[in-house]
Design a protein around this ligand. Structure first.
Ligand SMILES: *Cc1c(COP(=O)(O)O)cnc(C)c1O
Length: 371
C-alpha cells in the first residue's frame, strides 16, 4: 500500500520487543530505539522534536506536567552544595525552590522583579543555575533576560527560563542566551484545557542529566497527551497571534473603565516593564491582570457576575478564564507575603481566549457596572 499517515500514530505500548539480545543492549547503551516508555516513546518523541525545533535547541524532554518538568530539570542540573538564584513567582515553583531544594543541600537565593541589581551582584559569588520566569505570574512583570544570561554565563552558571506565559511564539529564549527553556504544555502549547504536561528544551549536554532524572523520577508525558500537544501545536501560532490582539483590546478597554484602578499588561506604556517587553518579545501575550475599584468581597461579586468568561484557574487555552488570585493560586500566602508580592485582594487575572473581543469586553463591562 502506498501512502503514509500525516499524523503520528499514538503508540500506547509500554514496552518494545527485540529479536536479539544484542539489539536490546544497543538500545540500552546508545538510545538508538525504544525499550520502555518511561525512557522514550515514539509519540512523545514526535512532539519533543516539534518543540525542540520550534525553540531552536537540539532536543526536548517531555514531562507529565509543568511542575514535573521544573522539579526534574532542577534536580537533574543541581547537586548538593550548588547555588541556585531565582527570579520567579509561580507559586508551586517558589515552594519547590524555597522549601524543597534547601533540604537537598542546595543553597537558594530568591529575588523579586525589582531586585535585578541585587541578583546580578549575587551571581558573582558562584552559582550553578540562574532560574528565571518571564513574563511572571500574575502581574506580568518582565525581566531583561539577555544581560542577566550573559552575566550568569561569565560566572559559569546555566540559565533556565520558564517561558510558559510567552509561549514559543512571543519569545525566543535561545536568542536571549537561555540554556534550558521550560514550558507548561497545559497552557498555550496544548491550548484547549484538555491535558496536563510540560517540556524542557535544551542542547545535548544539558539534556542527558534531565532525561536521566525523568527516567528515575518517572514523571514522563503519556502518549495521549503527547498527541494532543502535537495537535495543539498545529494552531499555536494562529491562536497566540489572535490572543495577543484581543488581549491588547481588552487591556485598553480596562484602562479606560472608571471601575478599574490599575491594569497590568506589558503591552501598555503604563506597565513598568513595557520597554523591556517591547525589545524582548514578539508579542505581549494573552494574559491581562487588573485591579477593580473594590475590596475582597466586591471583587468576588464581580467574578460571580461574569457570564461569558469562565471562573477557572489555568491559562493559555481557547476559552477566556478569570481568577481572583487571592482566592486560589495565592490563597496559601500570608497577608504579609501577599503584600510583599503586591498581590492585592481586588486583583483579577484574565487569560484571554479566542472569543470575539467584543464578547469579552461586554462581559467585563457588565460585571464592572455592578460594582
Ligand atoms: C502552570 C504553570 C506551571 C506549572 O505547570 P503545570 O502543568 O500546572 O504543572 C509552571 N509555570 C508557569 C508559569 C505556569 O503558568
Amino acid at each position: 500500500m502506498k501512502g503514509e499517515p500525516i499524523t503520528p500514530p499514538v503508540v500506547f505500548s509500554a514496552t518494545y520487543s527485540f529479536e536479539k539480545s544484542d539489539d536490546m543492549i544497543e538500545v540500552v547503551h546508545n538510545r538508538t530505539g525504544y525499550i520502555y516508555s518511561r525512557w522514550d516513546n515514539p509519540t512523545v518523541r514526535e512532539v519533543e522534536n516539534v518543540l525542540a525545533k520550534m525553540e531552536g535547541y537540539t532536543d526536548a524532554v517531555a514531562f507529565s506536567s509543568g511542575m514535573a518538568t521544573i522539579t526534574s530539570t532542577l534536580l537533574g542540573l543541581l547537586s548538593p552544595r550548588d547555588r541556585l538564584i531565582s527570579i520567579a513567582t509561580y507559586g508551586e515553583t517558589v515552594r519547590f525552590v524555597s522549601d524543597f531544594l534547601p533540604k537537598m543541600g542546595v543553597e537558594v537565593e530568591r529575588f523579586g522583579p525589582n531586585e535585578v541589581g541585587q541578583c546580578i551582584e549575587s551571581v558573582k559569588n558562584g552559582v550553578r543555575v540562574l532560574y528565571l520566569e518571564s513574563p511572571m505570574n500574575p502581574l506580568l512583570r518582565v525581566v531583561d533576560i539577555k544581560p542577566l544570561a550573559e552575566h550568569a554565563h561569565r560566572h559559569g552558571a546555566l540559565v533556565v527560563l520558564d517561558s510558559t506565559f510567552a509561549s514559543p511564539v512571543n519569545q525566543h529564549p535561545l536568542d536571549l542566551g537561555v540554556d534550558v527553556v521550560i514550558h507548561s504544555a497545559t497552557k498555550y502549547l496544548g491550548g484547549h484545557h484538555d491535558l496536563v504536561g510540560g517540556f524542557a528544551c535544551m542542547n545535548e549536554e544539558n539534556r542527558v542529566p534531565v532525561w536521566k532524572m525523568r527516567r528515575t523520577l518517572g514523571g514522563v508525558m503519556d502518549p495521549m497527551s503527547a498527541y494532543l500537544v502535537w495537535r495543539g501545536m498545529k494552531t499555536l501560532a494562529i491562536r497566540v497571534a489572535r490572543q495577543n490582539e484581543t488581549a491588547m483590546i481588552v487591556a485598553k478597554f480596562l484602562e479606560g473603565n472608571s471601575k478599574v484602578v490599575r491594569v497590568h499588561y506589558p503591552g501598555l506604556p503604563s506597565h513598568p516593564d513595557h520597554e523591556i517587553a517591547k525589545q524582548q518579545m514578539h508579542g505581549f501575550g494573552g494574559m491581562v491582570s487588573f485591579e477593580v475599584a473594590s475590596d475582597y468581597e466586591g471583587t468576588k461579586k464581580f467574578m460571580d457576575s461574569l457570564q461569558e468568561i469562565t471562573l477557572a484557574t489555568s491559562l493559555g487555552g481557547v476559552d477566556t478564564l478569570a481568577t481572583q488570585p487571592v482566592t486560589n493560586t495565592h490563597a496559601s500566602m500570608s497577608n504579609e507575603e501577599r503584600k510583599a508580592a503586591a498581590i492585592p485582594d481586588n486583583l483579577v487575572r484574565l487569560s484571554v481566549g479566542l472569543e470575539d473581543a467584543k464578547v469579552i469586553t461586554a462581559d467585563l463591562e457588565g460585571a464592572l457596572a455592578k460594582l
